[in-house]
Ligand binder design. Sequence first.
Ligand SMILES: Cc1cc2nc3c(=O)[nH]c(=O)nc-3n(C[C@H](O)[C@H](O)[C@H](O)COP(=O)(O)OP(=O)(O)OC[C@H]3O[C@@H](n4cnc5c(N)ncnc54)[C@H](O)[C@@H]3O)c2cc1C
Length: 600
Amino acid sequence: MTEAQAGEFDYIIVGAGAAGSVLAERLSADPETRVLLLEEGKGAGGHWASSVPGASGWLLRDPSRVYRYQVEPGARGPAERWLRGRMPGGTSAVGAMLWLRGGAADWARMAQVTGSEDWDWPEMSGALRRLEHHAFGGSELRGRGGPVSLRLAGPLRPLMQAVMTAGAESGWRQREDPNEADPEGLGPAAWTIDDKGRRVTAWTAFVRGAKDRQNLRIETGVRVDRVLVDEGRAYGIEGRRGSAQLLFRCRGEVILCAGAVITPKILMLSGIGDGMALRRAGIETRHHSPNIGRGLRDQMMLVTNWRLRHWRDSDNRAYSGGRLWVNALRYLLSGSGVMSQGGAELVGFLSSHKAAERPDIMITAAAHSHEVVPGISGLETEPGMRLTGHALRPESSGYVFADGPDPDMAPRIEANHLATERDRARAIAALRRLRELARRPALSEFVEGETVISAWAKSDDDILDLYRRYGRSAGHAVGSCAMGPDDLDPLDSRLRLRGIERLRVCDASIFPEVPAGGTLAPVMAAALRAAEFILADAAERDGEAEEDAELKATSETEDEAGEVAAEAAVAQPETPDDSPTETPADSAEAPSAPAPRPAA
Ligand SMILES: Cc1cc2nc3c(=O)[nH]c(=O)nc-3n(C[C@H](O)[C@H](O)[C@H](O)COP(=O)(O)OP(=O)(O)OC[C@H]3O[C@@H](n4cnc5c(N)ncnc54)[C@H](O)[C@@H]3O)c2cc1C
């Protein structure tokens, strides 16, 4: 039986991840506004391991903290499981901590595909700056004083300095500031890690400081299953905690922030989606929106391991035996050392060919190497480093659909990686560019060679085969409930779901293309923008409501005046001739009053 929860909220936010956390803080900043934040993950305090950068591996192996979605392999992609954070902070609490904000050209493209300047560089670089507390200090490009502390990888150790030199030998620009409007080149990564070595999640940056607000109610451990819709308008949500079915009501807006996989599933379970796909899943259609779940685009990456000559250059032993304890102690005492680092130390944005308008490949470098073969986990047992190639802005698209009306059923996901010629060319180029880097003279005293796992792949076909076996998702899926100018795009450019009032989506699913090398910074910046849209729309609604109320009051006054006048007209014959009749004020109002009907 469904238990209706007491109270009605102005906003219900579903999912306290990268986007939902930002929105919860922003929308509850006005104490008059009642906000409900619902999160399936448990524990409002977060998890200790999410604040220790070097402990991500533990979290990613814990099924109570991480969703694992099986993905259908498709013709060219690997069979894999997509991981997503299932805890306050969402995937920002388990990811690789790289702050990849996209350049001016990336956001200009977003404005072009969405048909709205709201998503162009001037607006988005402003939103990104407002998020940031940058170790480099504030500037026109960098934010200072924002809730997301950022620090740069470094000081670079000799191996990473040599990678930088190898980049210069390859003719790559040396980029010092990752916030530059043109990200092309190789440089130190920016990490969402504060000056005490703690990971900054969307939750710690936004919700932790706001959670005691009287007007913000946070419910963790609640899985949202459906949006409740009546006469084309969202009025609440239905979910469950354990075996208890819950219903929460909303008078303002429902905002779905459950991520690119679950948001379309919740919509479909609510009967909102492609009519045919809904019928196949046995769900009654309430609103046909054919592109919900479609248009899923995921960035693929290929990890290559390189054998190093000396143990001193590799972190592969840092997490085992006595070194683990030494490193843990160092971290606890000073917030420094290997446990205080993000997923990669260097990030490079490059072009696959000379005519490319902007970088279409991303390469990252880290002084450790994980086992690559599926089924084997952990760091390699020999000294190694990792170079990872990403083919940016994939045009191949897949889907994510609810597979049936039962919310317990896993969503059906097809990533459809490398389906287009252009994506394949970029993927091949990414591997070739990173090999070019690793074989430069500057690295010869450090690197012995590529490990056998990938070294065999020489021809283009071999490389594509390599992707099919060992390629994997970078975790940057977008597009499954995308905004755009067309009536068939699920969302308009202010993230309102077309066809259903008071329902918005804000998470990675909204981007029709992967905006940058990563999605964390873009999603958080999008949530800042969404809060602005939501508040502006609410103010407009309030203005309209006030106008309506005024109109109603005026017409009621007028009706009353009319009735009085009618009564007066009826009474007039009995009024003595010398009694006072109209006052000047009565007479001023008289023209707008309906003419009194003579009594029958
Ligand atoms: C392993 C990994 C590493 C990554 N590293 C980086 C990186 O270094 N840099 C970068 O830019 N990007 C990175 N990303 C991508 C980035 O973290 C995500 O794109 C971003 O967090 C997406 O934000 P979101 O708000 O859409 O979803 P999420 O942050 O995943 O938040 C969704 C929230 O909704 C909750 N939820 C889900 N379903 C329900 C439900 N039914 N009811 C209630 N709550 C629900 C979840 O528990 C979660 O808290 C990484 C991704 C992965 C998988």
